[in-house]
Design a protein around this ligand. Sequence first.
Ligand code: MRU
Length: 358
Amino acid sequence: MRERLLAAEKTTSIEWRGDHLCLLDQRQLPLQVVWQRFDSAASVAQAIRAMVVRGAPAIGISAAYGVVLGLRERLNRGGDWRAALDEDFAILAGSRPTAVNLAWALGQMRERLARLKPGEDALAALEAQAVAIHQSDREANLAMAQFGVELIRKFNSAEQSFLTHCNTGALATGGFGTALGVIRAAHLDGLVERVYADETRPWLQGARLTAWELANESVPVVLNADAAAAHLMKTRSISWVVVGADRITANGDVANKIGTYQLAVLAMHHGVRFMVVAPSSSFDMAMETGDDIPLEERPAIELLELAGQRVAADVPVFNPVFDVTPADLIDAIVTEKGVVERPTADKLARLMSRSRLH
Ligand code: MRU
């Protein structure tokens, strides 16, 4: 399976070029494929805030490279580079609040910094750390894809239909995806009849990104309005809702793209299984429950306008872009360390204490 998955890996969205970072500008997809170049930590933080790059693992990886760019800049300027680099860490950490992968990746970079030996080349060490974060996410995607397919097969080894939300593919990660990685692998394994992609209002990650990624790989994909989900579950045979995560707390609550919670409620009502796929970098074991997760709210304009055209009446707007799905609505959480069915705090603590199985 690993070789088949690697051979199917086509899209990338993050490219490190040694002295600068290139990001595929996700705001312009699917109409244009445009890469942007970044040379500073501040510009990477701005790219994360503006959603040039988005998706929890991709945000973390980009921030790690942002630290390398920050260090290069600080070293060139001379003076107390450690104090100056702290400012870059702070700007990057503040770029988006919900995905814990950002804090996790910055924590890894800080830890590497703290371990520098006297005379060691700081730039080379931090660059190697960022590349390792990127590479380990790719490996995690491969492991999760295999675990996810095993889980699907455990219940049904025939072709079946899936519903997914937001974008969790190559555009959102360092590899070919979390939830979408499982779906891709299931397709290669002959388990996919159809993938329904929620359009994912208001930013349209499903319509613009997931539909594009799946269509590029000839995975049978059908786009539906978010509001069609209940009707879809009632009238079409859907085996699994498969989604990613921006943060999973110690008790198994999951923050993910707005609309995920209602899908979990609907899935429970209709007897559809609900799978969350996320690497251990998306876990926040220090946070007990999802009640404490900071949930980003984005500007009103995302609802008031469509493609730059005003479409809404002039009223106040509520635009939270993440919600929290309680653990008891989740059938399985798939990670690179293994799978937890019917997640509880104890099961997750045991899983997270394991080293990676691959
Ligand atoms: O606002 P976004 O596009 O960054 O939100 C992305 C999601 O909610 C994804 O489902 C999540 O980050 C998992 S990506 C592998």
